[in-house]
Design a binder for this molecule. Structure first.
Ligand code: ADP
Length: 524
């Protein structure tokens, strides 16, 4: 029965071994599955191996079937993890080589005579804990005696090899079975870790892309909201981006290469240039910023600022002229009156005094106009809204300013400010006298819910380009005052402001050379 006992003991031993193998594999699966970093998986794999089999060297390589290259992913020798990237990649050996044979056949390989094998065809490296590679056998004999080589497979295809080497003793078939089982676990864990890394990278890429998109969207929103026009012009002069303000300023029709040349390129350059925008000359103020593949221009329309500037200098010229002329007369007349070395006849004295009064009035008028225009600008002028007998106000104004004018009055009452209405009329009548010809006609009539009053003269009239501009502040058709009678360029501006504040509108119709009709309407 001894044999029976022996058999039972044998079975027991086998069962125990099976059980501990199963336990080892189970533990390995759990431990390897815990980490999501390939390098850590390899480390754990090596630690688990250490409990199961003896080894002095361990190499995990991957095989790339598309170019038959073999790369080292993990290397450990004589108690040290080595830098796998220092191992040169190998080409699959089509005839010999232990590793290549495993890849070619897909079957594991066990040898207890390494020295005998490396003497054959193939490239062999030996390493020790120093991390230094030695080509075997050219650079000395290998220390390894026995080796286990297990293919790593994915869906039936060899994607790598695990090599285990020991300097002492031999490997058995049981060792091979055990290591094969662990390699399967390790390969699954590495694959899982790689997938995880890839997903994490994809997520990071996605997040980065989203951040860039959000930033770009934000920039576009900001650019759409800013008042300044912004365009991004590529090297070839084409517009890559423009905001709504730029579109409004006609950016699409501008010759950006020409503009770039006029501004001159260095980054941060500023320039204000007259630019033809759809047949209209605009003064645009540019800031140009060079980027790697083009130029960003921020620009705005400063035409009005420039017009205002030139109007202001016109105004200063006009007002100083308007003040100096009467002042000179007043001064001259007063000096003459004060002289005691000449006797003045009473009529002469009277004449000089009248001149002083007249010129002083003119001075007061200019000052008043300037002050009133200023008050209008500041919104300090209050306008009454009362029922006004329009025809009566017209008759009174004509009586004061231009008794010779012809009247055709057929208006009802309007809602207006009596004094302001008179002021407007006096101004239009004064202009008709100053700039008009011989004959002036004043009409009034009802037009729907408005009352329309018009002053028509037979003077030289206004060129079409001037008809809108005469209502601008300081505008004078002849700013150099070569031919025009005195004036500040404020009269019609004041008229327009007053009429609009009374809820009406003002305009002019004129054919140059055939007089002008200045008209305004007030609500009834
Ligand atoms: P001012 O008379 O003080 O110059 P206004 O604002 O009243 O200022 O007039 C502005 C300009 O409009 C004048 O300088 C003149 O060139 C032009 N203008 C005004 N009225 C007439 C008119 N009836 N006919 C022709 N031009 C006129």
């Amino acid at each position: 029965m001894t044999g029976g006992h022996e058999a039972t003991a044998h079975v027991h031993a086998a069962l125990r071994r099976e059980a501990s193998l199963a336990r080892l594999l189970l533990d390995a699966a759990r431990l390897l599955g815990e980490t999501l970093e390939p390098q850590r998986v390899y480390e754990r794999f090596r630690e688990i191996l250490a409990d199961a089999v003896r080894y002095d060297g361990l190499i995990v390589s991957s095989y790339e079937p598309s170019d038959h290259s073999i790369r080292c992913d993990y290397a450990w020798a004589d108690g040290q993890t080595l830098d796998a990237s220092t191992f040169p990649p190998l080409q699959l050996n089509t005839e010999g080589g232990m590793q290549s044979q495993v890849i070619r056949t897909g079957r594991p390989f066990l040898t207890n005579d390494v020295a005998g094998h490396v003497a054959g065809p193939g490239v062999y490296y030996d390493t020790d804990g120093s991390g230094k590679l030695r080509k075997v056998p050219d650079e000395g004999p290998t220390d390894a005696q026995a080796a286990l080589m297990i293919p790593v497979k994915h869906e039936g295809v060899v994607v790598g090899v695990v090599q285990l080497m020991t300097d002492h003793g031999a490997y058995t078939g049981d060792d091979l079975d055990l290591v094969e089982g662990l390699v399967g676990q390790m390969a699954a864990a590495v694959r899982n870790a790689r997938l995880h890394e890839e997903r994490a990278r994809a997520e990071a890429r996605e997040a980065a892309a989203q951040a860039v998109a959000a930033e770009r969207e934000e920039a576009v929103r900001v650019l759409a909201a800013v008042g300044d026009a912004v365009v991004f012009v590529a090297e070839d002069g084409t517009i890559r981006y423009r905001n709504p303000a730029a579109a409004e300023l006609g950016a699409d029709d501008l010759d950006w290469q020409a503009i770039g040349a006029r501004i001159g390129a260095p980054a941060g350059t500023r320039a204000t240039l007259p630019v033809d925008v759809n047949g209209r000359e605009l003064w645009l103020s540019f800031v140009a910023v060079r980027t790697t593949d083009g130029v960003v221009y921020a620009f705005r329309d400063v035409t009005q600022d420039r017009e205002l500037d030139s109007a202001k200098s016109d105004f200063i010229a006009t007002v100083s002229h308007e003040l100096r002329t009467p002042m000179t007369s007043v001064l001259g007349a007063a000096m003459t009156l004060l002289r005691d070395d000449i006797d003045l006849a009473p009529e002469q004295r009277q004449e000089l005094l009248e001149m002083i009064a007249r010129q002083a009035q003119r001075l007061a008028h200019v000052t008043e106009e300037v002050l009133l225009a200023n008050s209008l600008d500041r919104g300090e002028i209050h306008v009454e809204r009362a029922e006004v007998d329009v025809d009566r106000v017209v008759r009174d104004a004509v009586q004061i300013q231009l008794p010779g004018a012809e009247l055709q009055l057929r208006a009802a009452t309007a809602t207006a400010d009596r004094d302001r209405l008179q002021q407007v009329l006096l101004n239009l009548l004064e202009n008709a006298t100053k700039y008009g010809g011989q004959h002036v006609l004043v009409t009034s009539e009802d037009r729907g819910d408005m009352v329309r009053i018009a002053v028509t003269d037979d003077g030289p009239g206004l060129a079409p380009g001037e008809q809108q501009r005469v209502f601008e502040k300081f505008f004078r058709a002849d700013p150099q005052m070569v031919h025009s009678p005195p004036g500040t360029g404020l009269g019609l501006y004041i008229c327009k402001e007053l009429v609009e504040r009374m809820g009406g509108r003002i305009g002019v119709d004129s054919h140059p050379g055939r007089g002008a009709t200045f008209w305004f309407e007030l609500p009834r």
